[in-house]
Every structure is written in structure tokens, then in C-alpha cells.
Design a protein around this ligand. Structure first.
Ligand SMILES: Nc1nc2c(ncn2[C@@H]2O[C@H](COP(=O)(O)OP(=O)(O)O)[C@@H](O)[C@H]2O)c(=O)[nH]1
Ligand SMILES: [Mg+2]
Length: 460
């Protein structure tokens, strides 16, 4: 999800980070691009407008213009504002063990009413939620389907309930939704249930009759939570739909489903902004355990494709001695990057921990994640490269040109790899050297913020 917005914003912000100091003009033109990206991602126009406006006000300030890395500062401002717009921190598991963001405090049985368009994922999410509340909150949950319109809709919930061992209200054919709701409440009271989840009928559009019915059910059961279930893949429609549901039945929260898909994400931003209702949970797959707390910062990070810049900088700083890094940077810029340096690099990268995770944190690299995983850049590969490098003599590492066929065969045998592996490493070293020379021409600023691999990033 959010992929296209991610890469779009990634491009924009990459070009930002490559700049040195930011002028007001820079901020303006970057925000113009961000505006386009947001609109293309289906964010409602008025939402885009207010977003851009407030980011601009924050960005064009002395703090940003004078900071050491203005590009990263702007990223942080955009990121923080996205988080805010998505609903801020929605911390997991409050002390009294309530579900993240869900209010289940009340005289039992408390009711959670699920509403939304047809096919948005209400029934699936009801079952997921039942399982989650049972497991995490250790509460006794009863589920009931009020969908008497779609054939077998009630059975669908029954089947899901039996899969997760969450009881469902026995189905009585021909019973009306309001009747089912009252019967569910009776049974819950009688049998000591804590929570009743009511799954309602779908509707293709917001239609008056069904809307009235939901309103009636709501009046009869007095739900503590009315969750609007919305497909992350729906665009602008989702915004109007959310507004209507909220006006008619009073939504307390949004559950975003199909976040595992490749939706663009504008709907999430807009629904939240337009209704002011928090996104509480997100569905990330069809399985019943694939429901997660909505984490605004995680989603914002994905939208921006910038990864965890702060975390990366801190982690890198822990490991790399500043002076070493500067010395190396100078060398690299002159194009003197020997295999010794490469070995040193690999050691530093490895000492930072999980390489895959680390690469995901590098700005600009997160959009290459697929290629990275295809290229198999992982700890094992780095270990292999280290083995190859340590099978070379110091003079070979210093002057790779001497590495002829027989030396390469010796190194391969010594490191338990193949000649192809050795060749690949040498090629990679050459490419790195070329890249560094190029970056060197851009000056130290270009190097520091141009998206270098972590080990090569001198501390700003
Ligand atoms: N990939 C994915 N599929 C989902 C998710 N939530 C629901 N679905 C699927 O969406 C389809 C419709 O879901 P359903 O719960 O029947 O929607 P309802 O009409 O609103 O009750 C089903 O095939 C579900 O498996 C999700 O988070 N991810
Ligand atoms: Mg359903």
C-alpha cells in the first residue's frame, strides 16, 4: 500500500536532500511537487490544501533554513505533519489492557457496531476483532451477523467464529436485523459476555433504507464503538461515504482494510481529516490474525519512503568514528577506494546489525527494496564478501589490478566461494569507486545527504 505515493515523494525528497541550504523558493517548489503527489494519491483537495499550508508555515522558518541538514528537516516536518494528520500516536495496549485505541470500558456487555459499504471487509474484520479482543483483552466475546440480505452472510460469520473459537449468535432464519441485535444482547447478558460485536449488512452505496436500519440498531444497542470499515483501495468515494456514515450513525473510529494491497493511501489521509475520526485498526491480510493497531508514524514513514532517518543517523553514529568516516570520505572523493576500505565498510555495516533492516532505513533505498531483496543483499552475502576479502593478501586488497585468473581461483578456494563470486565482488568494488568519484565532485554536502550506504555516511 501507498507505494506510488511513496516513490513519488521519495523522488521529490531525494532531490531535496541533495541540495545544500534550502531557500524559501526550494521549499515552495518542493511543496508544489508534494501537492501533486498527494492529489495523484487520491487525497481530497481541501485536505491537500490545508496540509501544504501548514507544512509550509513550519518549513519556512529559521530553524529549517539554518539547520545543518535542511533537507532532512523538511522531511521531518512533512513526516510529523503526516503523522498528525493520520491521527497522531495511537499507542498500543494501554495500561488497563484495552485494545489499542478501542474503548471497551462500560457495563458489560459493551457493543461494537461494524458499519460500512458492501465488500469493505466488515464480516472479516468482525471475526478478526473478536479474536483479537478475546486474546489480547481476555474478554468474553459474542459475535452476531445482522446481514439478512446477502445469502449465507450469517453463516460466513459463523464459520469464521468457529475457526477462531469465538462464539456466534445462533442463526434463526427469517429474523429481522433489529430482532437479531436484541437477541444478541439478551444472550450476552444472560451468559455473561463482555463484548458483543455486531456485523451489519453491506450496502453498495449509502442508501437511505439501510442507513435508517443501522440507526435503529444503534439506538437499540447503544454501541460503545461504531467502527466504520473502509477499504484502503477506495479513493475519493471513501471520503463522502465516511462523512455520511458519521453524520447518520456517529462513527467512533475507522478500520482500514486491505492495507496489504497496493492502494495509494489517499483515502486514509482524507477520511481521517474529513471526519476527524481516528483510524484505529488496519487489516493487513485475509487471515484472522491479520489485524493490527493503526500506527500513524509507520504509515507516514511508508508514505514518505524515507524510512527512519533519525534512527539511521543515530545507529550509524554509534558505530562509526567520526574522524575515520571523514578520512574515508576524503579518500573516497578522490577516488581512492581500495578493497581494504571496502572490507572496513562491510565490517561497519555488519556491526550495525541486520543489513536488510538497515537498508530499509536508508533514504531513497526503501523504494528499491524489491531490487535489494532480489539482489540478495543480506547478512549472508556480506559474510561471503568478507570471507573473500580476507582471503586476499594486503597488497592484493590495496591493488586489485594484480588479481589475475589464478589469484582469483586461489581466493575463491580459500574463502569457500566461486570465481564468479570473486568477480562479482571486484565488479561491485569498481562500481562503488566510480560512484564515489562522482559524489566527490558534488562536494561533501552531496555526499553526506545523497543517500550513501550507511557505512559511508560521515556524521553531519
Ligand atoms: N487482502 C485482504 N483482504 C481482506 C481484508 N479484509 C477483508 N478482506 C477480504 O475482502 C473480502 C470481503 O470481505 P467481507 O468481510 O466479506 O466484506 P463485507 O461485505 O464488508 O462483510 C473477503 O474476501 C475478505 O477475505 C484485508 O485486510 N486484506
Ligand atoms: Mg459481510
Amino acid at each position: 500500500m501507498f507505494d506510488s505515493l511513496t516513490s513519488k515523494l521519495g523522488e521529490i525528497l531525494d532531490s531535496l536532500t541533495k541540495r545544500g541550504a534550502l531557500s524559501e523558493n526550494d521549499v515552495d517548489s518542493a511543496l508544489r511537487e508534494i501537492r501533486i503527489a498527494l492529489i495523484e494519491a487520491d487525497v481530497a483537495l481541501n485536505v491537500v490544501k490545508s496540509f501544504i499550508e501548514s507544512v509550509k508555515q513550519r518549513a519556512i522558518g529559521e530553524e529549517v533554513l539554518r539547520s545543518v541538514t535542511p533537507g532532512q528537516m523538511v522531511i521531518k516536518i512533512v513526516h510529523d505533519h503526516l503523522v498528525e494528520m493520520l491521527g497522531g500516536a495511537n499507542e498500543d495496549a494501554s495500561p488497563n489492557h484495552e485494545d489499542a485505541g478501542l474503548n471497551l470500558v462500560g457495563v458489560p456487555p459493551v457493543v461494537v457496531l461494524m458499519v460500512g459499504l458492501q465488500g469493505s471487509g466488515k464480516t472479516t474484520t468482525s471475526a478478526k476483532l473478536g479474536l483479537r479482543i478475546k486474546k489480547r483483552d481476555k474478554k468474553k466475546v459474542l459475535m452476531a451477523s445482522l446481514d439478512v440480505y446477502r445469502p449465507a452472510a450469517q453463516q460466513q460469520l459463523e464459520v469464521l467464529g468457529s475457526q477462531s473459537d469465538v462464539p456466534t449468535l445462533p442463526v434463526i432464519m427469517g429474523e429481522k436485523p433489529v430482532g437479531i441485535a436484541s437477541r444478541a444482547m439478551d444472550m450476552a447478558r444472560r451468559e455473561g459476555y463482555d463484548v458483543v460485536i455486531l456485523d451489519t449488512a453491506g450496502r453498495m452505496h449509502v442508501d437511505q433504507e439501510l442507513m435508517d436500519e443501522v440507526a435503529k440498531i444503534s439506538a437499540v444497542t447503544n454501541p460503545i464503538e461504531t467502527l466504520l470499515v473502509a477499504d484502503a483501495m477506495t479513493g475519493q468515494d471513501a471520503v463522502n461515504m465516511a462523512k455520511e456514515f458519521d453524520e447518520k450513525v456517529g462513527v467512533t473510529g475507522i478500520v482500514l482494510t486491505r492495507v496489504d494491497g497496493d492502494a495509494r493511501g489517499g483515502a486514509a489521509l482524507s477520511m481521517r481529516a474529513v471526519t476527524g475520526k481516528p483510524i484505529k485498526l488496519m487489516g493487513v491480510g485475509e487471515r484472522l490474525d491479520e489485524l493490527e493497531s493503526f500506527q500513524a508514524s509507520r504509515i507516514a514513514g511508508r508514505i514518505l519512503g524515507q524510512g527512519d532517518i533519525v534512527g539511521l543517523v543515530e545507529k550509524a553514529a554509534e558505530v562509526i568514528d567520526k574522524e575515520d568516516a571523514e578520512k574515508l570520505a576524503k579518500k573516497m572523493m578522490k577516488g581512492q577506494f581500495t578493497l581494504n576500505d571496502m572490507a572496513e565498510q562491510l565490517k561497519q555495516v555488519r556491526s550495525m546489525g541486520d543489513v536488510g533492516g538497515l537498508l530499509g532505513m536508508v533514504p531513497g533505498l526503501s523504494k528499491m527494496k524489491k531490487q535489494i531483496s532480489e539482489a540478495n543483499i543480506d547478512d549472508k552475502m556480506i559474510a561471503r564478501q568478507q570471507a573473500i576479502l580476507s582471503s586476499m593478501t594486503p597488497s592484493e586488497r590495496y591493488k586489485p589490478k594484480v588479481l589475475n585468473g589464478s589469484r582469483r581461483r586461489r581466493i575463491a578456494a580459500g574463502s569457500g566461494t566461486s570465481v564468479q563470486d570473486v568477480n562479482r565482488l571486484l565488479k561491485q568494488h569498481k562500481q562503488m569507486g566510480q560512484m564515489m568519484k562522482k559524489m566527490g565532485k558534488m562536494g561533501p554536502r552531496g555526499m553526506m545527504s545523497g543517500g550513501m550506504p550507511p557505512g559511508m555516511m560521515p556524521r553531519g
